[in-house]
Design a protein around this ligand. Structure first.
Ligand code: C2E
Ligand code: MG
Ligand code: MG
Ligand code: MG
Length: 287
């Protein structure tokens, strides 16, 4: 274990741990220059009306186009950005870029952005959003902010304050990854969201497990009774889509319709392809 005994040096670190820390510091350093080098990209994935197949909005999902590493996924660098203060500038870039790009779309689809809990603490998200909307003459209700319930864990008072300031401007609010945390239900009481996004893990289990079906159905009814729109993410198969439509969910998102792409996929042809997936009438067996 301690190989360098004779030479003093790195006695307290496993070599592998040392290498890991070094790699991490290097990634952090590279990430800190990524905006200036224009290496960040927003990919867009459509959210589709569950009754008609009409595209209603696009979710912006960040990618890092790294010159050596290739396309880096957010799972690899967003946690790092959150642990440093890089999330503030990256998060601002996301909001500004999403608003600028959405302003040039051919139809007034909504655009959703994911906002990290640490952004709520490290930057003034409502002010950044207000400036980005104004600069691009984008109506506030075209912007959707997606947050996870973990936003309430560290400083719930601040979170509610920030959400209220977003709401006052007319920005829409979605609770992302619903159902996979510790106490999602209590947060529905603390703040009035516009929509719930049911976590992908439930859809994943739809085929194997009738409990998953019962749970999704219950969340859809709960959301509707609270006046919320319900989206299901991670839809990959036609069989899943059929069940979700029966359960009455409002909106669907997933690889079945489109993967996230560097441009919006919304041509008439694309829209016709999507609509064709929805032309079977919905059987409301569980309504
Ligand atoms: P999320 O907001 O829950 O986004 C959904 C994730 O599921 C995306 O992964 C999307 O590409 C993926 N996905 C969509 N449909 C399917 C499907 O049918 N099957 C499967 N297996 N996956 C599907 P992605 O783009 O890798 O993003 C992962 C997470 O990273 C996001 O989860 C979000 O929490 C975070 N993230 C992405 N962009 C940003 C950003 O701009 N800012 C912040 N703070 N976080 C971001
Ligand atoms: Mg999201
Ligand atoms: Mg999600
Ligand atoms: Mg997620």
């Amino acid at each position: 274990r301690v190989k360098d005994e004779g030479r003093g040096g790195l006695r307290f670190f496993e070599p592998s741990m040392n290498a890991h820390l070094h790699a991490r510091r290097q990634l952090e350093q590279e990430l800190s220059g990524a905006i200036a080098r224009d290496e960040l990209r927003l990919y867009y994935q459509p959210l589709v009306n569950a009754n008609t197949g009409e595209i209603e909005s696009f979710e912006a999902l960040i990618r890092w186009q790294h010159p050596m590493r290739g396309l880096v996924s957010p799972a690899e660098f967003i946690p790092l950005a959150e642990q440093t203060n890089l999330i503030a500038s990256i998060g601002q870039w996301v909001i500004e870029t999403a608003c600028a790009e959405a302003a040039s779309w051919p139809k007034p689809w909504r655009v959703s952005v994911n906002v990290s809990p640490s952004q709520f603490r490290q930057s003034d998200v409502p002010a950044i959003a207000a400036a980005a909307l104004a600069r691009n003459a984008l109506a506030p209700n075209r912007l959707v902010v997606e947050i996870t319930e973990s936003v309430f864990i560290q400083d719930a008072t601040n979170a509610v304050d920030v959400l209220s300031r977003l709401r006052e401007q007319g920005i829409r609010l979605a609770l992302d990854d619903f159902g996979c945390g510790y106490s999602s239900l209590s947060y529905l009481q603390r703040f009035k969201f516009d929509k719930l996004k049911i976590d992908q893990s439930f859809v994943r289990r739809l085929g194997q497990n009738t409990d998953a079906l019962t749970i999704i159905g219950a969340i859809v009814n709960l959301g509707h009774n609270l006046g919320l729109q319900v989206t299901v993410e991670g839809v990959e198969t036609a069989a899943q889509l059929a069940i979700l439509r029966e359960l009455g969910c409002d909106q669907v998102q997933g690889y079945l319709f489109a993967k996230p792409a560097p441009i919006i996929l919304a041509s008439d042809l694309e829209q016709a392809r999507l609509r064709a997936m929805f032309h079977d009438p919905v059987k409301r067996a569980y309504a």
